[in-house]
Design a protein around this ligand. Structure first.
Ligand SMILES: [Zn+2]
Length: 84
């Protein structure tokens, strides 16, 4: 499953952490999708996820090789702020 969403090219994702290695096994997961999922979970007050393997892979664009877990956490924190 490859992400086709336009968020692959959004500039704001340039600030997301780079995946330095494959320690989470999520190097190719779309960080844009991870960010959006984190944002939603944070806003809805869901438990923070650690397994992002259900998300699509990113093939190209801004978010390629970004740290999906880092992106998720950033989104989650932002979602918590918005919901409070
Ligand atoms: Zn995506």
């Amino acid at each position: 499953m490859i992400c086709k969403k336009a968020h692959r090219y959004l500039n704001e994702y340039n600030s997301l952490p780079e995946a330095q290695d494959n320690q989470h096994g999520d190097r190719h997961i779309c960080a844009g999708c991870a960010y959006e999922e984190g944002l939603r979970d944070g806003m809805e007050g869901n438990v923070r996820k650690t397994d992002l393997s259900h998300l699509p892979y990113s093939q190209a664009g801004t978010v390629r090789h970004k740290d999906a877990k880092g992106a998720y956490d950033e989104g989650y924190n932002e979602g918590r702020k918005r919901s409070s």
